[in-house]
Design a protein around this ligand. Structure first.
Ligand SMILES: [Zn+2]
Length: 425
């Protein structure tokens, strides 16, 4: 009874908030449902096989790629596509997918859920997840998020207590390796990691981890903590093939031919392919299905502002920035950088000092967003000539005027990105 009432409450609140124009209402409905039945997430996943995706960067994209790969095989797949990655968002997505049939949401099939890093242990326990994908861990939202080693330790404890859960983990991130290390079954993936500064302290012995050339790493204090042997690795054009490949230890080499740009998305796709295979879809078929994804929650979408075509990208922290700076280095379009420091971004923008903005030297750069002055000071110290324009759409137009073909690259952090995505063109 309580379960049925909770399900009706979730759907009812979401329907009302959609009607009132307050978005999809996913969080409001999920919260209301969980207030009626705190076990609602358990009930909604009782008959589903659940895969969870977490990590500081890439979880929305990887969740989408995995859901698409599994869906292409004909399976019924539910996913929290709006990016609401805490239990109210999970409940809302599952309740909406349940249909109105006799079982009222308890239908069989798969659920692929993006999970906030800190909530992973709780959601694992509630959903009885069979597969967990661990992407990376780095500092993010400095005033809110727990210190990364504490997050890794919590993952480790949760996985040690879940012997039936298989883990797909990035072997190139020492904190992820520590977090996954107590699991019974781990598929290690050589997905790469450009940002290493949050992982130099050994979580096993408090020694120091070094990253010599060649993509390996190890603790120098001799505790034995080192990069594990991988099931599959990403081979990019930098080390041979023209097209990026997933190279499996069993001898398979599969092309990763995505519409989504960037090395980090190829890594996300490889992680998703290994997870898909674990869930019954052959990796080659999974990667082919992923190639059709053009953008995820607006990321990498091209939006028109009058005559200007702006490619919108999201980077929330130094690790995300170091990947995107590499991506935009191949473009000569003017670059608009928009920075806010609202609640969803983290109120402390001091992380700007860790981003290697020096690499933008020589580009046309426009600083915008609520915190364009903080950004401007940072760019000044990085030796990057730039202009400042407080209004983001105005900055896009002004930047295009300094280019030659009406194309602009835009990178914003969380709310800055969403503001531009939703701005009237
Ligand atoms: Zn050590």
């Amino acid at each position: 009874m309580r379960y049925r009432l909770a399900l009706l409450t979730t759907r009812g609140v979401n329907a009302v908030s959609r009607r009132l124009g307050r978005g999809q209402g996913t969080v409001a409905g999920g919260r209301a449902g969980l207030a009626v039945d705190p076990q609602l997430l358990q009930h909604l996943t009782a008959r589903r096989q659940v895969a969870l995706v977490t990590g500081t960067n890439g979880k929305t994209t990887t969740t989408r790629l995995l859901a698409v790969a599994l869906g292409a095989s004909g399976a019924s797949v539910v996913s929290n596509e709006t990016g609401s990655n805490m239990p109210p968002g999970h409940v809302a997505a599952l309740a909406a997918a349940g249909g109105t049939g006799r079982r009222r949401g308890r239908s069989a099939g798969l659920a692929v859920l993006e999970v906030d890093e800190i909530y992973l242990p709780r959601v694992m326990a509630a959903t009885n997840a069979t597969t967990v994908v661990l992407l990376n861990l780095s500092r993010d939202q400095l005033d809110r998020t727990n210190e990364v080693r504490m997050v890794a330790a919590r993952w480790r404890a949760a996985l040690a207590a879940a012997p039936h859960t298989a883990v797909v983990a990035n072997a190139d991130d020492p904190l992820v390796v520590w977090g996954a290390g107590a699991a019974m079954r781990v598929y290690w993936v050589g997905a790469g990691m450009r940002w290493q500064l949050d992982a130099v302290g050994c979580p096993s012995c408090d020694g120091r981890i070094t990253f010599p050339a060649g993509g390996t790493w190890a603790c120098t204090a001799g505790c034995g903590f080192a990069r594990p042997v991988v099931t599959a690795r990403l081979a990019t054009s930098g080390d041979g093939p023209a097209l990026p490949l997933g190279v499996w230890a069993d001898g398979r080499s599969l092309p990763i031919d995505l519409t989504l740009p960037g090395r980090f998305n190829q890594a996300n796709a490889l992680m998703a392919a290994v997870a898909a295979e674990r869930l019954g879809v052959e990796a080659g078929a999974a990667l082919r299905a992923m190639s059709t994804v053009e953008h995820v929650a607006g990321r990498f979408t091209t939006k028109s502002f009058g005559e200007v075509r702006a490619r919108l990208m999201l980077a929330k922290n130094p690790a995300g920035w170091s990947e995107l700076l590499e991506l935009v280095a191949t473009s000569s379009a003017p670059l608009v950088v928009s920075i806010n420091a609202r609640i969803a971004d983290g109120a402390d923008p001091s992380w700007l000092w860790d981003v290697p903005f020096e690499r933008l030297s020589g580009r046309v750069v426009m600083a915008t967003g609520d915190r364009c002055r903080d950004l401007s000071v940072r760019l000044q110290y990085a030796g990057v000539a730039h202009t400042m324009e407080q209004d983001p759409p105005g900055a896009v137009t002004a930047a295009a005027a300094q280019g030659h073909d009406g194309r602009v690259d835009v990178i914003g952090n969380y709310t800055a990105f969403n503001d531009l995505l939703q701005a009237r063109p």
